[in-house]
Design a protein around this ligand. Structure first.
Ligand code: AHM
Ligand code: MG
Length: 285
């Protein structure tokens, strides 16, 4: 696992360098979700693929920017599922973006994630790493090296509210719930990048991030293997909750395809319990 952590540290600096210096235009290709790929998406994917080729415990890669599963090292036991540059459409307006990694042992499903990590490319580079059953740890890049800052713990209740999806397509119960949070004093914090948005809620003590089912996207937008499940491990490790629209733990998701999506809600306990009440799903497993 140390090898994987070291490789993630290395790709953080390489991708940060690409973001700062490379062409911001589109490539000629689309990813498997039908989205146009930026040159930076493709470059970030290649940086990760190349660095992980030499990590013998990694048997396969699954990337937001690749079709299917890419075999790597025979005899490896882990599959690395990753989004190389999440929120890449925000690079041209110079907002923070990120990379997300889930490390799975066995079948690719929530129950088998054993560690996850994300990198925030902001004014500084930060990295959060969590192993199953432990608390997430924050690292910050200082003078070209990651320094351990400390463990991340959510408060029982926060103040921030971030909900994605087009409001025009929100379900009535979602709109009523979000309006209720604002009416009770929550503040809007939504950049359109799940990495900085979820990171902000974690570091500011709590709140709620939602990417709900919408009438135009009934299964949500965010991908289970390399966006939703890795962040669920972080939020549960920090003492919060991460559930789908039925109140099921996101760590129990079983994707039938590597690019399957799911509605998702991440937050501290008070907000997720309020969500379950508002959605009428309390105690549903
Ligand atoms: P991407 O992986 O193509 O960058 O898309 C994922 C991003 C998330 O970072 C963010 O939460 C979401 O898309 C924002 O979507 P929307 O603009 O629909 O709110
Ligand atoms: Mg993404």
């Amino acid at each position: 696992m140390k090898d994987i952590f070291k490789a993630i540290e290395d790709v953080a600096f390489a991708i940060d360098n690409a973001i700062k210096n490379e062409d911001l235009g589109y490539s000629d290709s689309e990813n498997s979700s039908g989205e146009d790929q930026l040159k930076l998406d493709v470059q970030s994917d290649k940086i990760i693929e190349d660095r992980f080729a030499s990590i013998s415990c990694v048997k396969a890669l699954v990337s937001e920017e690749k079709e299917g599963v890419m075999s790597m090292n025979e005899g490896g036991k882990y599959t690395l599922c990753y989004d190389p540059l999440d929120g890449s459409s925000l690079v041209d307006v110079n907002l923070s973006v990120g990379s997300i990694f889930g490390i799975y042992e066995g079948e690719l499903e929530g129950a088998n994630i054993i560690a996850s990590a994300y990198i925030v490319y902001g004014p500084r580079i930060e990295l959060v790493w969590v192993e199953k059953g432990k608390m997430p740890t924050l690292y910050r890049a200082i003078n070209g090296k990651f320094k351990e800052i400390g463990e991340i713990k959510l408060n029982e209740k926060g103040k921030l509210n971030a909900s994605g999806g087009t409001q025009q397509h929100w379900e009535v119960k979602h709109k009523a719930f979000i309006d209720g949070l604002f009416a009770s004093g929550y503040r809007l914090r939504y950049s359109g990048g799940m990495v900085p948005d979820l990171h902000q809620i974690l570091l500011k003590g709590g709140g709620l991030f939602s990417y709900p089912a919408t009438t135009d996207k009934p299964d949500g937008k965010l991908r289970q293997l390399f966006e939703v499940i890795p962040f669920a491990l972080v939020y549960e490790g920090a003492g919060g909750q991460a559930v789908d629209a039925n109140g099921k733990r996101l760590l129990e998701l079983v994707p039938s395809h590597p690019h399957d999506t799911s509605p998702c809600f991440f937050g501290s306990n008070s907000e997720i319990n309020a969500l379950k009440d508002a959605y009428g799903i309390n105690n549903v497993k």
